[in-house]
Design a protein around this ligand. Structure first.
Ligand SMILES: [Zn+2]
Length: 402
C-alpha cells in the first residue's frame, strides 16, 4: 500500500521530464521528517507573485516613436541558418501593422529583413511605397552568390542597387559569424571581419545608410545547457540556439571581430542590435561605445536584461542617450517567441519599462518568462531622453526629418 503523499509524488515524477534522483529524495530517505518534500518538475512550476505594488498600464507611448527593429518579411528559403533566396515571406498585411501602430503611437517601423534583389523590391512596393513615412525596409547580403570570385565587388554593387530601390539600410543577421561557411552551408565559418565584406561596409558608408548588425547571442547560449544555465528552459525548448562547444567561436571572439570592422570603417554607422549584443555586460557595451563613435545600439528583445539591472541601465541611458534606439524585434504572429510577438501587449511592456518606475513585472507577454525566470523594474526616463530614444536617434539614422 502507498499513502496519498507517496502517490502524489509518483504522479509528479511521471509528469515531470526526467526527474533525477535528486538531493531531496536522497535526504528524505535518510530523514523521515523531510518526507513532505516532493519534487516538482521545473516545467510545472508557475508561481504567482504575492508582491503588491502599484501597476501602471501604459497604453500609448508618451511620444510618437520609431520601432527600428521588426521583421515583417523573411526569406522564403534558408538552409543551415543561411538565407538562400531573395523571395520573401510576408508575415502581415500593411493594414494589420498600421492598426497596431496607430493604437500604440508608433509613427514608423523598420522591417530589417527585406532581403535583396526582386524580393526586396516586392517588400518595398508592398510596404514602403504604399505607406510612405510609416514603413521602411532594409536590405541584406546576398549570400547565395558568396562563392562567385568577384563577390566583394558584386555585394558592394548590390548595396547601391538596393539603395536605389529604396532600401534605407543594411541588416546583418547573426548568420555572419555563426552560420555562413566557406561553401555557404559547409566548410569553415566565415569571420565577421573577413576582408571580402570590406567593400560592402564601405558602400554603406559612402551612401550614408546605417548597418543594423546582430552579432553573437546571449552569453548563456555559449555555456553548457545544464542546471547552472540561467536560460536552461529556453535552450531546452530550442536546442539549436546553443553555440556551446568547439564548433563555434566564443562570444568574446565574435565581438572582437566585430570591433575590428568598426575600426576599419569609421565612416560607416553601425547600430548594434540587442544592446550591442551584450546586454548582460553594459560596462563592456559602454567601453565599446566610447571606443567607436560610429557605434549605436538598439534595445530589441533585451528589456529582460536591462530591466533586471535598472540602476545600471538608467545610468547607461543617461550617458548614451544620443546613441540608443528603440526597437523590439517584433515579428507578426511570432507567438512561439513571446518576447518578440508583434501585438499591443508587447509594446505596453516596453513603454512601462521606459516610462515608469514600476517594480517587478514581466518583460514578455507570457506566463513563464521566456528568456530566464526573473522579472524587471522600470527606469522612468525623463522626457528629453525618451524623445531621443523613441524617435530622434532613429530618425537621424534613417534621414527622417525630426
Ligand atoms: Zn531581429
Amino acid at each position: 500500500m502507498i499513502n496519498r503523499r507517496q502517490w502524489l509524488c509518483g504522479v509528479g515524477m511521471m509528469a515531470g521530464a526526467a526527474v533525477q534522483s535528486g538531493s531531496i529524495l536522497a535526504s528524505s530517505a535518510r530523514d523521515p521528517q523531510k518526507t513532505e518534500h516532493c519534487p516538482l518538475a521545473l516545467s510545472e512550476f508557475a508561481p504567482t507573485s504575492m508582491l503588491q505594488v502599484p501597476e501602471s498600464h501604459v497604453e500609448r507611448a508618451r511620444f510618437p516613436l520609431i520601432d527600428f527593429h521588426t521583421h515583417i518579411t523573411t526569406s522564403a528559403k534558408s538552409e543551415s541558418g543561411v538565407a538562400l533566396t531573395s523571395d520573401r515571406k510576408f508575415l502581415a498585411t500593411p493594414e494589420e501593422l498600421l492598426a497596431v501602430m496607430d493604437r500604440k503611437n508608433i509613427k514608423a517601423m523598420v522591417n530589417l529583413t527585406g532581403g535583396y534583389d526582386r524580393g526586396l523590391g516586392d517588400a518595398i512596393a508592398k510596404y514602403d511605397r504604399a505607406h510612405p513615412g510609416r514603413l521602411y525596409t532594409f536590405t541584406e547580403p546576398c549570400y547565395e552568390r558568396w562563392k562567385e570570385p568577384n563577390y566583394p565587388k558584386i555585394q558592394a554593387q548590390e548595396i547601391e542597387r538596393a539603395h536605389q530601390q529604396g532600401a534605407r539600410g543594411l541588416k546583418i543577421l547573426k548568420t555572419l559569424g555563426l552560420y555562413l561557411r566557406e561553401n555557404i552551408t559547409s566548410g569553415e565559418l566565415v569571420k565577421i571581419d573577413d576582408p571580402r565584406f570590406d567593400p560592402m561596409w564601405d558602400s554603406c558608408g559612402q551612401l550614408n545608410i546605417p548597418v543594423a548588425i546582430h552579432v553573437s547571442d546571449p552569453l548563456a547560449f555559449f555555456t553548457p545547457t545544464d542546471r547552472f544555465n540561467e536560460r536552461y528552459e529556453e535552450l531546452s525548448n530550442h536546442p539549436n540556439w546553443s553555440f556551446y562547444g568547439p564548433d563555434f567561436p566564443s562570444n568574446a571572439e565574435l565581438l572582437e571581430a566585430r570591433n575590428r570592422v568598426f575600426a576599419r570603417h569609421p565612416r560607416t554607422q553601425f547600430v548594434v542590435l540587442h544592446v550591442g549584443s551584450f546586454a548582460e555586460n553594459l560596462a563592456n557595451v559602454a567601453e565599446n561605445l566610447d571606443r567607436f563613435p560610429n557605434m549605436h545600439v538598439d534595445i530589441a528583445a533585451r528589456i529582460g536584461e536591462l530591466g533586471r539591472q535598472p540602476r545600471t541601465a538608467r545610468k547607461f541611458f543617461d550617458k548614451y542617450q544620443d546613441r540608443i534606439l528603440f526597437g523590439t524585434d517584433a515579428t507578426p504572429h511570432g507567438d512561439r517567441y513571446p518576447q518578440q510577438v508583434f501585438n499591443d501587449q508587447l509594446y505596453e511592456i516596453y513603454y512601462r519599462f521606459l516610462e515608469t518606475d514600476d517594480e517587478y513585472f514581466d518583460y514578455a507577454p507570457a506566463r513563464i518568462p521566456p528568456q530566464g525566470r526573473w522579472r524587471i523594474y522600470g527606469i522612468n526616463l525623463p522626457e528629453t531622453i525618451l524623445r531621443k530614444v523613441y524617435f530622434e536617434n532613429a530618425a537621424r539614422q534613417l534621414k527622417i526629418a525630426v
